[in-house]
Design a binder for this molecule. Sequence first.
Ligand SMILES: [Zn+2]
Length: 280
Amino acid sequence: MPIFSDLLVTAAGALTSVLTAIILFGIEQYFGFSLYTWSIWFILPIGAILAGFAAASGYYFGAKLFNRKPTKVILAYMTLISAGTYFLIHYLNYYFLQADGKMVRDYVPFFSYLAIAIKSTSMQFYIHTRNAASTGELGWFGFVFAGLQILGFSAGGLGTYAILAEQPFCDNCSTFLKRSYFKKRYHFGSDEYSHHISKLVTLMKSDNPEEALLEHSKAGREKDTNGYNHQTSMDVRHCESCHRSWAKLSLFKQSSNSWNEINDLRTAIYYKRPIHVPKG
Ligand SMILES: [Zn+2]
């Protein structure tokens, strides 16, 4: 029942959005610090992006649980839900705000309150963890800051969608594929290595993923060894209903202490048959 499961997915998304707003509101009330306004270099709204991810997470898990393909409609919902969380946090502040023992909401409409709140935003600068300076009230510039935050929340929703859309899906049975094999190998970046990669890609593209898996598991080393600054991984997934399958080859290069994926060389292919994966 696609409509029913879409409703459940939407409900899960709405639930995490409301929970995120309540938690952030609570932190603001008790600690006097609004986590979601945390920015780096003023323009990068890290706090808002993270909050957007948290708000959209229910959509992510709901879609996985009920096997709903990430469509454009889901993308729109996730982005809207994340951005809406920004307004929900402000609405909670507004709802509980008192002045001279009276509820502010009895006298001021929400959007008038919001405009005042945005204009009276001030920013604290922190160097390391030390409060270094404050801007005072931002005035009209507060709207630029608010706009960046809303974009940050939306970006969190967009990012969550992108992660969901990356997951291989069987269109035939409307289900996410289940992982049946995963292996990493470490290499020196030599000519031999380049030859190995092109061989893997050729095998995968010529409907021979089994041979590619074997080739992959024999080359390079199993353990992360000093100087072996290239990494390859093979990921295989199956549809549990119709036995269609999917294989992905990913490549990573080490720079300082982190492994960065070489996106151009990623190869992911769907097969209309099962892939027989090596044991162990
Ligand atoms: Zn299937």
